[in-house]
Design a protein around this ligand. Sequence first.
Ligand SMILES: Cc1cc2nc3c(=O)[nH]c(=O)nc-3n(C[C@H](O)[C@H](O)[C@H](O)COP(=O)(O)O)c2cc1C
Length: 406
Amino acid sequence: MFIVVGVTGGIAAYKTAHLVRLLVLEGHDVHVIPTEDALRFVGLTTWEAISRHPVTTSVHEDVSEVRHVALGRKADLVIVAPATANTLASMTAGLANDLLGTTLLATNAPVVVAPAMHTEMWRHPATVANIETLRSRGVVVVGPADGPLTGGDSGPGRMSEPEQIAASALAVVTSGGDLAGLTVTISTGGTREPIDPVRYLGNRSSGRQGAEVALAAAARGAHVRLVAAHVDEGVLAAASIHPRIEISRAGTAAELGTAVRNASADADVVVMVAAVADYRVAEVADHKLSKEDGQLQTLQLVENDDILAGLVQARRDGQTIVGFGAETATDAAELLDRARRKRRRKGVDLLAVNEVGWGKGFEASENRILVVDARDEVTAEASGTKRDVADALWDSVLAVRGTAKA
Ligand SMILES: Cc1cc2nc3c(=O)[nH]c(=O)nc-3n(C[C@H](O)[C@H](O)[C@H](O)COP(=O)(O)O)c2cc1C
């Protein structure tokens, strides 16, 4: 395999020498592209010797070979290790001011980054946002690990070990991700039940968590059908340009039910993240109801169909159905109890609950979930960005699918 390894300016560059060596020993044709700063940490001679190829940082060398696009075009895989905060920002912005930048823009190959930096830099909102954007474009992020850092401190930010980076990166190319081959249907957002041409009954769901569940699945190789009810502005931006995500829209609970049922018939996994109205207005007025006429004081409501229960009834062989519940609870034990009861009531394979409340869950970018399975056991307890939570949910889905097959 033709592998490009980008090296950027962090102490962990010395570990990348071992990564390059591992890849070369496995028989891969490895081309190293360091940044100028990377060469302050490990020199050109080392990279040339271990990769057995000439190495340069510049777009102005070997101009006749059009080197600034040639390596990217030839690559089957690009790994950036360590990926500094600076390079992650450059990649997000699409900067092309050196050979690594141009190569990253010129390639269609999968890109894997192994970030390394101090914990504060890793947790900075700028870095968090850059990572999210890169992930939404299909970049695979390996690590960082939690452990001792260069300054004597410790925390998340340490570059993953070369063996792990090599294994994860090669898995991306060979298997296309651990959800490759699966079709998954995901609903997101909040439904809106019309009262009259102007008003509706709705909820505070922003659609962010469901969008992240979709992006995580697509990044892990799944083909994704995302059924979106009302979502906040910008929430679907990344999903709408992802080649493996199809988006369809729904307004009311009934429309969402139809769209999800259609998209689920041949799906391997269905995840209902959308916040669906339990009730709708019995008779939707065709004119704006007036306060003066006292038409708004009492609304007659009728119950909506339970979409999840319908999906469970129509479940095809081998299909995994995941429910998502937003609950308010006074403590962890109550939340777990609610999750277990809801899972049994709905008959789903997995039920994820997140605790919501004023200022909790809905519009936030961070979330915390608890996932229970059909044996009433907790299969995941995750907190962090909505993307972290989404990945934990997919790990649980893979775990129950593995158990079901065994
Ligand atoms: C000793 C030393 C260690 C550094 N380690 C890191 C690091 O681990 N991660 C990081 O993001 N930046 C680190 N930096 C800062 C980067 O070298 C700096 O941001 C540089 O501009 C990165 O350039 P590049 O991304 O083009 O390689 C370090 C700097 C020094 C002097």
